[in-house]
Design a protein around this ligand. Structure first.
Ligand code: FES
Length: 318
């Protein structure tokens, strides 16, 4: 083992480490430590080019995902980015790293202290230097992988769906909205006999998904005298949300003799004469009431929106 010490000026040993000689095999003049490429600067520029184009491809993938571009553009941009960055990493290792081969003669397996210190010195002082010397490539690689990591998070974030905002607390019933049947015909007070009921929707929403889901309402005509301390029930017309307050099933069964609305899912029963409070079953609160009014031609319309959010009480779980 040679006593020759080959230490670059900017990597002097720390005071706490025992200064020892590096073996000849770790010398910068060792031809095995030279890059494999004949023109390393030229290769470095080519690799930088692959990293930059890969970086731009990842940016394009992020834009394509964000803007909902065609699926082929997603595959093309992501595939090109991974191919270019992968090619750059491969070329870096193949052409710019020390080419070897590194051969060590067979010797006694147990190292003495001097060998251990020499190895530690060579590893710490020299091991990372070939990578550190390529700061531009390292930076570009880090940028490319950073963008890749960010755009890879897009599908996860997007899979959570849009924020519901206040859509869970409101419906499309507004003051002045006319009641219509499934065909869009306005409901006349003269068309519904006492004891009858019909499913109604806000005008313009009867054939929309949202209209069929959260806006569906049951309109019942009864004698005004059966209702207890209730308002906005012109001539005995009363309207309640059809979404059960237990688990959201449509409450579509009307027991006229008992004046009860019954949910078919778990048999909750609501008293229509008393603000539809639940008198049996797991439903925790009344069906929301839609205040009604009648125009000069006898058509029914909403005097206001529902008096509380419809459906299961998600807001009560906090
Ligand atoms: S969903 Fe109506 S009682 Fe359960």
């Amino acid at each position: 083992m040679s006593d020759h010490l080959d230490t670059p000026a900017d990597t002097a040993p720390e005071p706490s480490r025992t200064p020892v000689a590096l073996p000849d095999a770790a010398s910068w003049t060792d031809p095995h430590l030279q890059p494999a490429a004949k023109h390393p600067e030229f290769v470095e520029r080519l690799i930088a080019l692959t990293f930059v184009t890969g970086f731009l491809s990842f940016c394009a993938f992020g834009a394509a995902y964000w803007q909902d571009w065609a699926p082929w553009s997603l595959g093309l941009s992501l595939g090109a980015g991974m191919l270019l960055v992968g090619t750059g990493i491969t070329a870096w290792g193949k052409y710019l790293m020390p080419r070897g081969p590194f051969v060590e003669e067979r010797h006694v397996l147990q190292s003495d202290k001097q060998d251990l210190d020499a190895f530690t010195n060579a590893l710490v002082e020299r091991g990372a230097t070939p990578v550190k010397r390529r700061k531009v490539l390292g930076g570009l690689l880090g940028a490319g992988m950073g963008v890749f990591g960010i755009v890879a998070a897009f599908p996860f974030i997007r899979s959570l769906g849009p924020l519901p905002k206040n859509s869970l607390a409101t419906t499309d019933w507004k003051p002045g909205t006319y009641l219509v049947d499934q065909s869009g015909n306005r409901i006349s007070q003269y068309a519904i006999a006492i004891g009858s009921y019909v499913t109604v929707f806000p005008e313009g929403w009867q054939d929309q998904d949202r209209g069929q889901a959260v806006d569906q309402t049951i309109l019942i005509h009864e004698e005004s005298s059966v209702f207890k301390n209730m308002t906005s029930i012109p001539d005995g017309f009363v309207a309640y949300s059809k979404l059960c307050t237990h688990a959201g099933c449509p409450v579509g069964l009307f027991e006229r003799q008992l004046k009860l609305l019954i949910c078919p899912c778990h048999q909750s029963m609501f008293d229509i004469t008393n603000s539809c409070i639940p008198i049996f079953g797991p439903a925790p609160r009344p069906l929301p009431q839609l205040p009604l009014a009648v125009d000069a031609d006898g058509y029914l319309y909403a005097a206001a929106g529902f008096n509380q959010p419809v459906g299961p009480g998600y807001w009560e779980r906090s």
